[in-house]
Design a protein around this ligand. Structure first.
Ligand code: AMP
Length: 286
């Protein structure tokens, strides 16, 4: 099936208006492109639940810090289109930064209206080392919601903090849509799929495997009845490859995002690790 590749907000809105006239249910899958099977699982879920599916592909400048990988982030729109076509998405919306934010603007709150998620949700985990990141994410996602006006929006649990923040945004700002969380897709050896895995050398990829291994170890110890966070933390640390650098390993209640000292049901165990120059994240919810 043909997937329309659209770069303009006006063209997307035109299609959406026609679909709405016909009473069709619309699903949105926001991505930064370089689509892999993790993204594909979200698009498939959207196809199952909706009549029409829009996949956005936008490497969003306002969610990257000055020393992050905005310039070298993989951009593979031809392949992204193929992936969307195979699954049967109706539209890929791939705007330029100019289309999203206008010309001659400083992409900061000097010139732009931002959505600022609550401090308690951003001053931890990825937000600690990436100041402003979740403001950028929430802002672009709200813009995408306003452009596409979906009934459902699909997000991966791979980015568990992002998902939690966006669910709160929907509730706090009375947005008229439902967020659908989708499970993490992994390689057969356990590595969580990520567009950033393409940065890894063969040696680094081996080191990266110890990230999911450490989470699996925590899960198996928890199943054996060990709940003490410091014990679980130390065990995970002993499994992580010594050439990697742990940025955080945190245990939080996934109902309210508060830190826990004993793991219980619905605890998010989230980890960020630097492998060479590449920063990778992963998590489990037990
Ligand atoms: P990104 O392109 O990295 O911004 O991701 C776009 C969406 O795909 C987000 O909702 C991610 O959580 C989701 N995603 C990325 N990797 C995976 C994965 N391995 N499994 C499931 N969802 C994923």
């Amino acid at each position: 099936m043909d997937t329309l590749l659209l770069n303009n907000i006006k063209d997307v809105r035109h299609n959406i208006e026609n679909w709405k006239k016909d009473g069709l249910k619309i699903g949105l899958v926001p991505t930064m492109g370089a689509l892999h099977n993790g993204h594909a699982s979200l698009i498939k879920k959207a196809k199952e639940m909706c009549d029409k599916v829009v996949v956005s592909v936008f490497v969003n400048p306002i969610q990257f810090g000055p020393n992050e990988d905005f310039d070298k982030y993989p951009r593979t729109i031809e392949n992204d289109k193929k992936v969307c076509e195979e699954i049967g998405a109706d539209i890929i919306f791939a705007p330029s930064p100019k289309e999203m934010y206008g010309e001659n603007k400083k992409l900061s709150n000097i010139d732009l209206t931002f959505v600022c998620p609550p401090y308690s949700l951003v001053d931890c985990l990825c937000g600690k080392s990436r100041p402003g990141h979740f403001d950028g994410v929430a802002t672009v996602v709200l813009k995408l919601f306003n452009i596409v006006t979906p009934d459902y929006a699909f997000f991966g649990l791979k980015d568990a903090q992002q998902l939690f923040i966006l669910k709160n945004m929907v509730k706090d700002l009375n947005l008229n849509l439902t967020i659908i969380p989708c499970p993490i897709v992994r390689e057969d050896d356990g590595l969580a799929l990520s567009s950033r895995n393409t940065y890894l050398s063969a040696e680094e990829r081996k080191q990266a495997l110890t990230i999911s291994a450490s989470l699996r170890k925590i899960e198996s110890l928890y199943k054996q009845g060990i709940t003490d966070v410091s014990t679980l933390f130390d065990t995970a640390l002993s499994i992580l490859d010594k050439n990697t650098e742990l940025e955080y390993l945190e245990f939080r209640d996934y109902d309210n995002f508060e830190k826990v000292s004993n793991v219980k049901n619905n605890t998010l165990i989230a980890i960020a690790v630097r492998v060479g120059k590449t920063r990778l994240i992963d998590n489990i919810i037990v």
